[in-house]
Design a binder for this molecule. Structure first.
Ligand SMILES: Nc1nc2c(c(=O)[nH]1)N[C@H]1C(S)=C(S)[C@@H](COP(=O)(O)O)O[C@H]1N2
Ligand SMILES: [Mo]
Length: 320
């Protein structure tokens, strides 16, 4: 057997992570047991239990082979317990603890603005015509961590086409639910609620852009944006808006939450770009969840062959 001091540092860090994970799982299990044992009393509902999976989704077909990746997906438990969802708090562990207060049934989405057929549509009706696909995408957060997730969803463009965008539709704006009762983080004005995001029409119609309803074969956990979220894999994670209740097609560029709150730090396009630093940190490298070694960040998060053409002739340092 190898002696402890012969193990290279890189393996020790992985081992340390592994052991800490074991410890975490054990305390989570103990927490869950405690919750059962004391029907009422001191049990802390915010105990970080292992994240639960939603209902299984069946009949999902694989997405286009060209968009696939050989990289192994992150663990479900990591993707569902390290989240940005400020409506439930600003800590990465807050959404998994608190997002249970979001009621995702019933759910409707308003489709409005520059469309021939606007309407407020129940989620079931909205989803009905769209075959679900699995799309294994990298998502790169602006805070320099990344993950690989098998999403279940369908192209946003297919949905928009049904509502018949007018010739004036140049942008698509999205809004998250605004309800401080269900989303306690909205009681603090860390952002100007509701959370808003937007895409140019050509970005929205691009086949890489999807609306997701599930991940890892199951309905999305609330903390990952149930029941309906955007996934735009070549842009920084904050463009992938969660728990969408409104989609508005517009002629002019819509305001977006992060751009409005810190325009020097977050541009409208927000394409993943290792050459353009965030004013407070570099964007050259990223850390995949569950790993310690940092890896280089790729232009357009590795999707350049599919989307670089959308930005031909645009100065991407100026339009970051
Ligand atoms: N409504 C809403 N959507 C949001 C956010 C948020 O705070 N509120 N955070 C964004 C950010 S910064 C990231 S990195 C991704 C994280 O998605 P994930 O938790 O599924 O990994 O969600 C994005 N969508
Ligand atoms: Mo992010």
């Amino acid at each position: 057997m190898r002696k402890w001091e012969d193990i290279p540092a890189s393996e020790i860090t992985d081992l340390a992570l592994f052991l800490r994970r074991r410890e975490f799982l054990r305390s989570a299990a103990a927490g869950a047991a405690g919750l059962l044992a004391s029907a009422c009393g001191s049990a802390d509902p915010a105990v970080a239990a292992a994240p639960a999976r939603g209902e299984p989704i069946t009949g999902v077909r694989p997405g286009p082979a060209a968009f696939g990746t050989d990289e192994p997906p992150n663990r479900f438990a990591d993707a569902a317990s390290y989240n940005n969802f400020y409506e439930f708090g600003t800590d990465k562990s807050d959404p998994a603890k608190y997002a249970h207060s979001l009621r995702t049934k019933p759910w409707s989405v308003a489709i409005e603005g520059e469309v021939a057929k606007p309407g407020v549509v129940p989620l079931e009706t909205l989803l009905a015509p769209h075959p679900l696909e699995e799309r294994v995408y990298r998502l790169r957060c602006v805070e320099a961590w990344s993950m690989v997730v098998p999403w279940i969803g369908f192209p946003l463009g297919d949905l928009l086409a049904r509502f018949e965008p007018t010739s004036k539709a140049k942008y698509v704006a999205f809004e998250t639910l605004h309800d401080p009762e269900q989303m306690p983080g909205q009681r603090r004005r860390v952002l100007d609620w509701p959370y808003r995001e937007a895409l140019r029409m050509d970005e929205a119609m691009h086949p890489l852009t999807i609306l997701a309803v599930g991940m890892y074969g199951h309905v999305l956990p609330n903390q990952n944006g149930a029941p309906l979220r955007l996934v735009v894999p070549w842009k920084y994670g904050f463009k992938s808006i969660k728990s969408i209740v409104r989609i508005r097609l517009r002629e002019t560029q819509p305001p977006t939450s992060w751009n409005a709150s810190a325009p020097r730090e977050y541009g409208f396009l927000s394409n993943v770009n290792p050459e353009v630093d965030h004013p407070r940190w570099s964007q050259k490298k990223e850390r995949r969840l569950g790993e310690f070694r940092r890896r280089p960040t790729l232009p357009f998060n590795g999707y350049a062959e599919h989307v670089a053409g959308l930005y031909a002739g645009i100065d991407l340092r100026k339009h970051f």
